[in-house]
Design a binder for this molecule. Structure first.
Ligand code: C2E
Ligand code: CA
Ligand code: CA
Ligand code: CA
Length: 275
């Protein structure tokens, strides 16, 4: 039987108080972070699975915290979503990423993550349009990554917003596919451009039959709906080989490059390396 003495409860309570304190401190710090330009964007390549040529870059936020150093998004995005600060933060990422992409000598795409909260704002589509205009980036070069949970709502704004953006030429990817509550009927209401296969499946594609079958299902579905399939979290040649065999078009992962504060010179300056 489970015995929890008063000592244990005390420790637990202290732990909860510490967590609460930590989250309050984070909220307070976050309010200043945008003004102080502490948020930066890292870029990770998404490549053609066969030629390994760079197809696009995904923008991934980082927080250079004055005391804690480099923070990864999983440690602060949930707090930003809870407080609503994600709206301002997300706008700032979009601005930085679009300006960055507009400066490249090679017209490859930029993918930006969008939180469900941003998508449910009626003003979001207009915000994206004005950011593109200010940056001088054609809509066709922007790709927004949205999660299934954004669409799993009675609210019609997210779907309307995405349809509007798509009409203007912005591409839409569905992120972390397979991990949420996908509603196929909702998926069919919006023609996405890409499906990103969650790295939890990719991780075991070359060792587990189940994962392989799920990826086969997703790539097959993508093909028949005229979308591209992107595998995330590709770390080994074995995984890449399995993905190629399944006909997965695009791949992203440490095998090709980790997120970095700047993109490759050949993209930035249009340098083509000759061997
Ligand atoms: P995500 O959109 O699924 O992004 C992919 C995550 O997988 C990134 O983590 C990336 O660094 C990591 N990754 C890429 N390749 C590999 C690999 O080969 N192996 C492993 N183990 N991991 C790999 P990161 O940068 O820590 O971002 C975590 C999540 O935070 C993202 O997951 C996304 O949901 C969220 N996020 C990041 N930037 C933003 C943003 O600007 N706005 C919003 N709303 N969310 C963001
Ligand atoms: Ca993503
Ligand atoms: Ca993802
Ligand atoms: Ca993910």
């Amino acid at each position: 039987a489970k015995k929890e003495g008063p000592g244990k409860i005390k420790v637990f309570r202290q732990h909860m108080l510490d967590k609460l304190q930590e989250s309050r401190t984070l909220e307070r710090d976050m309010a200043m972070a945008i003004e102080n330009k502490e948020f930066v964007v890292y870029y990770q390549p998404i490549v053609d699975s066969f030629s390994r040529e760079i197809y696009s870059y995904e923008a991934l936020i980082r927080w250079i915290h004055p005391r804690k150093g480099l923070l990864s998004p999983d440690s602060f995005i949930p707090v930003a979503e809870k407080t609503g600060m994600i709206n301002e933060m997300g706008k700032s990422v979009l601005e930085m990423a679009c300006q960055e992409a507009a400066s490249w000598a090679v017209p490859i795409k930029i993918s930006v993550n969008v939180s469900p909260l941003q998508l449910s704002c009626k003003a979001f589509a207009g915000t994206v349009l004005s950011i593109l205009k200010d940056a001088g980036l054609p809509a066709e070069r922007l790709e927004l990554e949205v999660t299934e949970s954004s669409l799993f709502t009675e609210n019609s704004t997210p779907l309307n917003t995405l349809n509007k953006l798509r009409e203007w030429g912005v591409k839409i990817s569905i992120d972390d596919f397979g991990t949420g509550y996908s509603s196929l009927s909702r998926l069919s209401k919006l023609a996405f451009d890409k499906i990103k296969i969650d790295k939890s499946f990719v991780n075991s594609v070359s060792t587990q039959e189940d994962a392989l079958n799920i990826i086969r299902l997703i790539t097959g579905m993508a093909k028949s709906l005229n979308m591209k399939a992107v595998a995330e979290g590709v770390e080994t040649e074995d995984q890449l080989e399995s993905l190629q065999a399944l006909g997965c078009d695009l791949a992203q992962g440490y095998l090709f490059g980790k997120p970095q504060p700047c993109v490759e010179d050949k993209i930035r300056y249009g340098l083509i390396h000759s061997h």
